[in-house]
Write a new protein. Structure first.
Lengths: 132, 363
């Protein structure tokens, strides 16, 4: 009856000398895995977004959080005049990235998405553009 | 009155100084026991514990205190106001005043005046002896039992079923474990033949400073010492015996309705009780301030008390809470009979071998 109690004490005592697993978060950064599905980014090529406003991503989106409006640019190409992702609705499933036929969308390692106002969670095109 | 006035003025100076030093020291220990507990349990759970407030979280107790100080005072409408207000004080004060009789070091000489390091004591040059409260242990037991009044009153006056259950549990637990603890102390009386703590500590002097400790004097007192420590933990309602404030079943037990500084007082009382209990265990079983000569006596005392406090935290990090019936079974069916037998065995041992350390027969 007493031995198991002492065994328990021994286990906790030995644990005291293990290296703590705590991550001192804002000071120490976690290692984010490469295929992490964080904040979306619109890929840029030749100084403009690759998106051609084909509407596949809002179609496939299970949370219906993507709003796209097509427009026509100076070279008569179709482009996304408006591209918004409401992160409060987004479930970060990554289907939009898979659906994109021109590989214009990706998901970054960015995971700190807190904000003070609800409106700030709606990411418009300018905020989504990939940062080089 | 004559005897009191006849004492030299140095007596009063020394008395005030001793009270101040001991009180501030205990208060700081209490504050930092909360920090140490969080750190120790943190490390035992492979975490870091508080790290942000100050260097390695060292200002955490101060931050906690300040936060609680600025919290809103809430007194429930249906509460019995006077009892509600006075309960935290009743819990806190006995926890601290037990320290009056605990000797925390040998005599020191200041300006040719001998001062015993024990608050309620005086060195009488005519007799050449330290005079202290000759029923010190009784006083400590009395204060320990007074402490539970605070908890019971808090539970009753809060007018909440959780608080009431917490208070009831506290009193039941206190009664069950005080018996076993008291019987464990009787083995010490049998060894020392005195109730004066100063006498008990003086009796525990021995070769190397260790052999005289009652814990190592004979097998009976060894078991009694361990049982006394466990019963003490139960008496001060610490895990694994923290049923009066069992969060999982009673919200927060007797202090459910308390907020702000009154809640902090219960918290302080709990930790002060822990320090007191560790100091009493040190005094009764671990030779008080006696230890190998390379450190001064008071350092040994502090070291032993801190070690026991660490043990309390260690135990808290290891064991889950007892169920109520298990707790009662342990108190009445295990510890009480064992200590009763121990009292008899110790008496027989002393009749057969005297009070010398058992290994003195082998060597």
């Amino acid at each position: 009856m007493i031995m198991p109690l002492l065994q328990g004490l021994k286990i906790t005592f030995l644990h005291m000398f293990k290296k703590p697993v705590t991550l001192q978060y804002p000071k120490e950064r976690p290692v984010v895995v490469p295929n992490y599905r964080g904040l979306h980014a619109l890929k840029v090529s030749h100084e403009q977004a690759k998106c051609v406003a084909c509407y596949l991503c809002p179609t496939v989106c299970p949370a219906k959080c993507i709003t796209v409006e097509a427009g026509e640019d100076a070279k008569h190409d179709k482009y996304a005049a408006r591209y918004e992702i409401d992160l409060l609705r987004c479930i970060f499933c990554g289907y939009c990235v898979e659906a994109c036929p021109v590989d214009a969308l990706k998901m970054t390692q960015e995971f700190e998405l807190a904000n003070y106002k609800r409106e700030d969670f709606v990411f418009v095109k300018e905020r989504l553009l990939e940062k080089k | 009155m004559d005897a009191l006035l006849a004492l030299p003025p140095m007596y009063y100076v020394a008395m005030v100084a001793k009270v101040l030093v001991a009180f501030v020291f205990v208060l700081l220990t209490v504050a930092y026991a909360t920090y140490a507990e969080r750190k120790v349990i943190g490390f035992m759970q492979v975490r870091l514990g508080p790290m942000r407030t100050g260097w390695y979280g060292l200002l955490q107790p101060i931050a906690d205190g300040l936060k609680l100080f600025f919290k809103e005072e809430i007194i429930p409408k249906q509460a019995s106001t006077f009892a509600f207000l006075v309960a935290p004080l009743i819990a806190l004060v006995p926890a601290f005043i037990s320290f009056a009789v605990i000797p925390f070091g040998g005599n020191i000489e200041v300006f040719g005046y001998t001062i015993p390091l024990q608050i309620a004591s005086v060195y009488d040059p005519q007799v050449g002896k330290v005079l202290d409260l000759n029923v010190g242990v009784l006083y400590i037991l009395g204060m320990a039992s007074l402490g539970v009044y605070g908890i019971v009153l808090a539970g009753w006056s809060s007018n909440s079923k959780y608080s009431l259950l917490g208070g009831l549990r506290a009193s039941a637990q206190m009664i069950s474990y005080e018996l076993a603890a008291g019987l464990a102390i009787i083995t010490v009386f049998l060894m020392s033949g005195s109730l004066s703590l100063n006498q008990i500590v003086a009796d525990q002097a021995g070769a190397f400073g260790v052999t005289g400790w009652y814990l190592f004097r004979n097998p009976c007192t060894f078991v009694a010492g361990i049982i006394f420590f466990i019963c003490s933990i139960a008496e001060i309602n610490r895990t694994p015996f923290d049923l009066p404030e069992a969060e999982t079943e009673l919200v927060s037990g007797f202090c459910t309705e308390y907020s702000s500084m009154k809640y902090a007082m219960f918290f302080m009382a709990e930790y002060a009780n822990m320090v007191t209990v560790c100091a009493v265990t040190t005094t009764l079983f671990l030779g008080g301030w006696h230890g190998p000569a390379f450190l001064p006596g008071w350092m040994w005392f502090v070291a032993k008390v801190y070690f026991l406090i660490f043990c309390c935290m260690w135990i808290r990090a290891t064991y889950p809470r007892y169920r109520y019936d298990q707790l009662m079974r342990l108190g009445w069916k295990v510890f009480l009979p064992i200590t009763l037998v121990l009292v008899v065995l110790t008496a027989l041992w002393i009749m057969a071998f005297g009070t010398e350390p058992w290994f003195s027969f082998i060597m």
